[in-house]
Design a protein around this ligand. Structure first.
Ligand code: PAF
Length: 260
């Protein structure tokens, strides 16, 4: 496995790569969900590229960015165990030499759900994903469906800009109690972790979105949104953990939600 920090060197390496390239972009703090994306790429593509970059432009809360878990040594061990070929570790200066003057902005779906209370979040996500896709030039890029809105927006962006990449959506990997694997789970304290186990089951319950939101509040969560759109019910909650708060998101197919 080659760890590449110099993006000019990477571009040279990329020019020499043969065969199909699979790409898994991440912000690190890797967990079994990321592992499943990497395994999928290993199964489908000749070369698997992982990027680890905590993208500041998608955080609207500086505290959230500062608290984002950093487990680089462990991440590199896991990547090596999984047989990743290249790990890219770009720096801000590599990705934002323009000072973030150029942005990819979507003006409809990105302002709903997770975008409603996080202004600029998806502009940051789409911009960095576009930059990473142009650097890696993968045949396939793998995204987890836990971040379903992100997956749909990235897919739509790639179609809109005629990009030669297939965006592959991969099923959410869950803990035994249904909690979706997320880097943010590492920030939960014991009590918060136990409580968070009720989130997925609550989203799956029959009843209206408002009833589900009320139940989540009864469990002690602050509810950002519970909203059924198309064939999915989406939810975002904030779990209080002592002085800190941890924001969690999830979604379930509507058939499972009993909402129709
Ligand atoms: O899902 C994530 O971890 C991030 O939003 C991504 C796609 C790596 C962009 O920073």
């Amino acid at each position: 496995m080659k760890v590449v920090e110099d993006m000019q060197a990477w571009r040279e390496l990329r020019r020499q790569l043969r065969g199909s390239v699979g790409f898994v972009p991440t912000m690190g703090a890797l967990h079994d969900g990321h592992a499943s994306l990497l395994r999928r790429s290993k199964g489908m593509d000749d070369v698997t590229v992982l990027s680890i970059y905590v993208n500041p432009t998608q955080f609207n809360d500086p505290g959230d960015l500062a608290n984002y878990p950093d487990t680089l040594d462990r991440d590199l061990e896991l990547a090596a165990e999984l047989g990743v070929d290249y790990v890219l570790l770009p720096a801000y200066a590599d990705l934002y030499a323009d000072g973030y003057r150029y942005k990819i902005e979507e003006t409809d779906f990105s302002t709903a759900l997770c975008g409603a209370n996080r202004p600029g979040h998806f502009t940051g996500v789409l911009t960095v994903v576009m930059k990473l896709l142009n650097l890696v030039r993968p045949h396939r890029a793998y995204f987890g469906k836990k971040d379903y809105q992100q997956y749909l927006l990235v897919k739509d962006m790639c179609e809109t800009f005629f990009m030669d990449v297939k965006i592959v959506g991969c099923e959410t990997v869950r803990e035994c109690d249904g909690l979706a694997m997320s880097s943010r789970n590492k920030l939960l304290d014991r009590k918060g972790r136990i409580a968070a186990g009720q989130f997925n089951a609550a989203l799956q319950r029959a009843g209206s979105d408002a009833e589900v939101a009320a139940r989540l509040r009864q469990y002690g969560f602050a509810v950002d949104y519970v909203e059924t759109r198309g064939d999915r019910r989406f939810g975002a909650i904030v779990v209080a953990c002592g002085e800190n708060t941890v924001r969690l998101i999830d979604n379930v197919p509507v058939a499972a939600a009993g909402a129709v």
